[in-house]
Design a binder for this molecule. Structure first.
Ligand code: FAD
Length: 459
C-alpha cells in the first residue's frame, strides 16, 4: 500500500516540498494530499504590491502553478478551501473543514508536512469588524484589498501602519493607485531592517514620492462609520482613512502545531533540524514562515519570514521526504526592496544586532556612484559595512542607491557567507565597465574605507 503524505499549506514551502517528494517517489509509492484554506496554490505573495499598484495587471500572473497543474503533472491531490483544524499525532490523522461545501474530512497520514506560513500581527485595537482594514500575507488578502480599492465609494485616503518592507511596498503601491497615503511608524524611522542612518535615505525617498510619514507615533485604535473604517486613532489625534493596511510584521502561524504538541523555539517558530524535520517528532516536517532557523553569524535562532527561505526549505524537506538527503544551511538575513527607483539591500547584522551579539566592530559609510561618474545615468550609491574588530571579518552590509544597488548586496552576502574580511574584499575581482560601475566598484570603495577605519582604531 502506498504511503501517504499530507501537506498543510499550499504555497511556497508546502508545494515546493510536495513537488520535490513527487519527483522522487511516484504515486504507487507515495500518495500526496495538500490542504490549502485559500483559493490559490503556489502564488507569489511577494508580487502582491505590484498587482495592487497595477504594474502587474492580472492576478493570475502571480500564480506559478495552479491546482490543476499539480493534479495533472504531479499527481498531487490539492484540496483548496480546506482548512486543517486539528492534527492527531497518535492516530496519524488530520481533520479539515471544507470552507465552501461545509462538513469535515478526516485524512490519515504516514508523513506530515507543516507549511502554514505566518500571520500578520494584529494588536487588540485592530480587531474590528469594520470594512477596509487589511493584513497582508496571502493572495486572498491581496485580493480582498484590491476589491475594496475597486469598489464604491472609492477609497481616497490610505493609512499604512508599520514601516517594515511590506508597509513600505504597500505605501508605494497605494500612491501609484492615486490614493493619498500616510505611513505611521512607532519607531523613529521606517525600514528598521537597516540602520537609522541608511533608513533616513529611504524615508527621504518615500516623502519624495508623496507619502506622508508620521514617525514616533503609536496607533491606539480605529474609528468606523457605517461599518467602514474612517480614521486611525493616535496620540496626536485621528488620521482620516478610507482604507488601512497593517504592516506590523508577522508571526509564525503555529496555532495548530502548538495544539498538536509540536515544539516551538524561542522566536515562536517551530523547531526543526537542518533537514527540516520537526525536532523529536518522527515523520513530521515543517518549512517556511512557520519555522525558526539559525543565523549563521550569531548562531542564534531567528524567525526570518521570506519567500527565498520558504522555497529552499520546502525543497529540502521534499527531497528528504522523497528519500534523498538535503540540508538547509541557515540564513544571514539578506533582503532587498525598493521605493520607486530607490533600491535597498541588506545582509548580515545591523549595528544594534552586532552590539547585542557582543561583537566589537567598526562601521563605515561610503558614497560613490553606480556607474562611471561621466556615464549617463550615474547616480549616488551609499554602501555601509560593519566589520569585526580586530579580525576585519564582514558582519553586515547595507546598500541604498538609485539603480544597480539592490543586487550588489549579493556580492556582499557571498563575502559574508564565506567569512571574508574587508581586507580580502578589497582585492575582489569584480566586473568593471563605465555603464556598470566606476573603476573602483562601490563595494571595493566601502571595503577600503573599512580597512582604513580598522587601522585608525589600531584594529
Ligand atoms: C506583500 C508581501 C511581499 C513580500 N515580498 C517578499 C519579497 O520580496 N521577498 C521575499 O523573500 N519574501 C517576500 N515576502 C514573504 C514571502 O511571501 C513569504 O515568506 C512566503 O510566502 C512564505 O511561504 P510559506 O509557504 O511559508 O507561507 P505562505 O506563503 O504564507 O503559505 C502558507 C499557506 O498556508 C495556508 N494555510 C495556513 N493555515 C492553514 C490551515 N490550517 N489549513 C490549510 N491551509 C492553511 C495559507 O492559506 C497559505 O496559503 C512577501 C510577503 C508579502 C505578504
Amino acid at each position: 500500500m502506498a504511503q501517504r503524505l499530507i501537506v498543510i499549506g499550499g504555497d511556497a514551502a508546502g508545494m515546493a516540498a510536495a513537488s520535490q517528494a513527487r519527483r522522487r517517489r511516484d504515486r504507487g509509492d507515495l500518495e500526496i494530499v495538500a490542504f490549502e484554506r485559500g483559493h490559490f496554490t503556489s502564488y507569489s505573495a511577494c508580487g502582491i504590491p505590484y498587482w495592487i499598484s497595477g504594474l502587474v495587471p492580472e492576478r493570475d500572473q502571480l500564480i506559478a502553478r495552479d491546482p490543476e497543474t499539480f493534479r495533472e503533472k504531479f499527481d498531487i491531490d490539492v484540496r483548496l478551501r480546506h482548512e486543517v483544524t486539528a492534527i492527531d499525532l497518535d492516530r496519524r490523522e488530520v481533520l479539515a473543514r471544507d470552507l465552501d461545501g461545509g462538513g469535515e474530512v478526516r485524512e490519515r497520514f504516514d508523513t506530515l508536512m507543516y507549511a502554514t506560513g505566518a500571520v500578520p500581527k494584529k494588536p487588540g485595537w485592530a480587531d474590528t469588524a469594520a470594512g477596509g482594514v487589511f493584513g497582508m500575507q496571502t493572495l486572498d488578502d491581496g485580493a480582498a484589498l484590491r476589491d475594496w480599492l475597486d469598489s464604491e465609494p472609492r477609497p481616497r485616503r490610505a493609512v499604512v501602519i508599520g514601516g517594515g518592507y511590506i508597509g513600505v511596498e504597500m505605501a508605494e503601491a497605494l500612491i501609484q493607485r492615486g490614493l493619498a497615503v500616510t505611513l505611521v511608524e512607532q519607531a523613529e524611522q521606517p525600514m528598521a531592517t537597516v540602520d537609522p542612518d541608511m533608513a533616513e535615505l529611504v524615508t527621504d525617498a518615500m516623502r519624495g514620492i508623496g507619502v506622508t510619514i508620521r514617525t514616533g507615533l503609536g496607533v491606539t485604535g480605529l474609528e468606523e462609520t457605517d461599518g467602514r473604517v474612517s480614521a486611525v486613532v493616535t496620540a496626536e489625534g485621528p488620521i482620516p482613512a478610507d482604507v488601512v493596511v497593517l504592516g506590523l510584521g508577522v508571526r509564525p502561524n503555529t496555532a495548530l502545531a502548538e495544539a498538536a504538541g509540536l515544539p516551538l523555539g524561542t522566536t515562536g517558530g517551530i523547531r526543526v533540524d537542518r533537514r527540516m524535520r520537526v525536532q523529536g517528532v518522527p515523520d513530521v516536517w515543517a518549512a517556511g514562515d512557520c519555522v525558526e532557523t539559525v543565523h549563521r553569524v550569531t548562531g542564534l535562532p531567528v524567525h526570518v519570514p521570506l519567500g527565498t527561505h520558504a522555497n529552499k526549505q520546502g525543497r529540502v524537506a521534499g527531497i528528504n521526504i522523497g528519500g534523498g538527503y538535503a540540508t538547509f544551511a541557515g540564513v544571514i538575513g539578506t533582503a532587498v526592496t525598493k521605493v520607486c527607483e530607490l533600491e535597498v539591500g541588506r545582509t548580515g547584522l545591523r549595528e544594534k544586532d552586532a552590539a547585542a551579539a557582543g561583537f566589537e566592530f567598526v562601521s563605515v559609510i561610503a558614497e560613490s556612484t553606480n556607474r562611471a561618474g561621466y556615464y549617463p545615468g550615474a547616480r549616488t550609491m551609499t554602501v555601509k559595512l560593519i566589520a569585526e574588530k580586530p579580525s576585519g571579518r564582514l558582519l553586515g552590509a547595507q546598500i541604498v542607491g538609485w539603480s544597480e544597488a539592490a543586487k550588489r548586496i549579493d556580492t556582499l552576502a557571498v563575502a559574508l557567507w564565506n567569512g571574508m574580511t574587508v581586507d580580502d574584499m578589497t582585492a575582489l575581482d569584480l566586473g568593471y565597465a563605465p555603464p556598470y560601475a566606476p573603476v573602483w566598484d562601490p563595494v571595493l570603495i566601502a571595503a577600503r574605507k573599512a580597512v582604513d577605519a580598522l587601522a585608525a582604531v589600531g584594529r
